[in-house]
Design a protein around this ligand. Sequence first.
Ligand SMILES: [Zn+2]
Length: 256
Amino acid sequence: MTHEIAAVIFGGVGFTTAKDCHSRMIHTPYGNVTAYFTRMNGDDVAIIPRHAGAEEHTPPHMINYRANVRAVHELGAKCIISTNSVGTMRDHSIGSFVLLDDFMDLTKNRISTFFDTETVHVDMVEPYCPRIKKCLANSLGNGGFTYSEGTYVCTEGPRFETRAEIAMMKQFGDVVGMTGVPEVILARELELCYASICTVTNYACGLGNGKLTVDEVVSILNGAQDMLFEVVSDAISNLPDERDCDCGNATQGARV
Ligand SMILES: [Zn+2]
């Protein structure tokens, strides 16, 4: 029995369980990954909660990004919809959504490639799949949700950023988070379609009122979870079967 998986959702904080799902361990050369399988609007979907370790909450700098992305490949799926929580460095309203169109990698200690034994320079002119992004944008628009597009700055974490760091980063980015990189890169290396929908949970350090706390982030995220689920499931049901994007050729002309 094989059902084609329409999309794999990478769940951020708070996006860990769907109703009526069953879990299965996926074996990859980089480690095992627990995926949850469910149906959304008639489509088979898998959810990989990136923070879920064997027993506890895996912090962003310890997530096994290579195993998670490789698990999608092992499932034979071609599409990843990533959900991330972010701090805003602009004037996004709290609880609104941002679709990513570019990123800046300020991580420090993460393995961000599958290519360890050959030199492959993957093009990054359009790191986020335009086909999935368009579906997400349509679903957000049809649902009456506030959203914008922007550049994501990924930091190493787990600490929040300093005021000086945010003052620098806001010159080239719109939102800041800790989980979007390297999975966007790894997905591209495996020629998977990858797009990210971010929930704005807070103002970045120095731009809001006082100290930034996890409770604040989690409470906004919990409030947005149903909306996020609705948008993502609607987008998946409207994903065209044909991959008319270029993601499937990402490594063409990239090898030395
Ligand atoms: Zn694509």
